[in-house]
Design a binder for this molecule. Structure first.
Ligand SMILES: CC(C)(COP(=O)(O)OP(=O)(O)OC[C@H]1O[C@@H](n2cnc3c(N)ncnc32)[C@H](O)[C@@H]1OP(=O)(O)O)[C@@H](O)C(=O)NCCC(=O)NCCS
Length: 143
């Protein structure tokens, strides 16, 4: 699933980009190229639709193969409260050459990602219990 986001410059100018994730493939179907196909096909369609760039949170070992590089290379960051060790996992990919060259600033995710923790806990109760983990690269904002 893709959502819209904005690179907000120091002067407050907002430039639309897109984000995808989470991406997941059922364990029994992993390592058959399904994840790669979803990423490559959706990036192709996003480019055809005229989007500028894709910014994601993901493991560089996986997303590097699709041309994602650390967003810090373009001076794009997630803003205050994001620990330094999360930075390599915030990655960017231009959908046409030079798309991010003249841009820098803070990346603002869609409001969709702002969840009420209590509401979320209630929602999760509708499903069989699972152990919650914080995985490598998962960004936890200090609020
Ligand atoms: C990541 C995921 C979507 C990949 O889907 P997939 O269909 O298995 O991927 P592909 O078959 O296209 O590619 C397999 C490759 O991905 C690598 N890979 C899988 N998960 C990885 C991870 N978390 N970190 C680094 N590499 C990973 C495999 O080692 C394999 O590498 P290889 O091609 O060098 O052998 C899938 O493993 C998954 O659902 N993982 C759990 C959810 C998750 O962590 N999602 C990513 C964060 S949003």
């Amino acid at each position: 699933m893709y959502t819209r986001g904005y690179i907000v410059s120091e002067g407050g100018a907002r430039t639309e980009c897109i984000t995808f994730g989470p991406l997941s493939v059922l364990p029994e179907f992993e390592a058959r190229g399904i994840g790669s196909l979803l990423v490559r096909e959706s990036l192709k369609r996003a480019a055809e639709l005229g989007y500028r760039a894709v910014l994601i949170m993901g493991n560089p070992r996986y997303y590097g193969r699709f041309g994602f590089v650390p967003a810090s290379r373009y001076g794009i960051h997630l803003g205050d409260g994001v620990p330094e060790d999360g930075a390599p996992f915030f990655m960017a990919k231009e959908l046409y050459p030079g798309a991010l060259e003249s841009l820098s600033g803070r990346y603002e995710l869609d409001k969709y990602f702002e969840v009420d923790q209590e509401e979320l806990e209630e929602f999760d109760k509708r499903f069989p219990p699972k152990t919650k983990e914080v995985r490598e690269g998962q960004i936890h904002r200090a609020r």
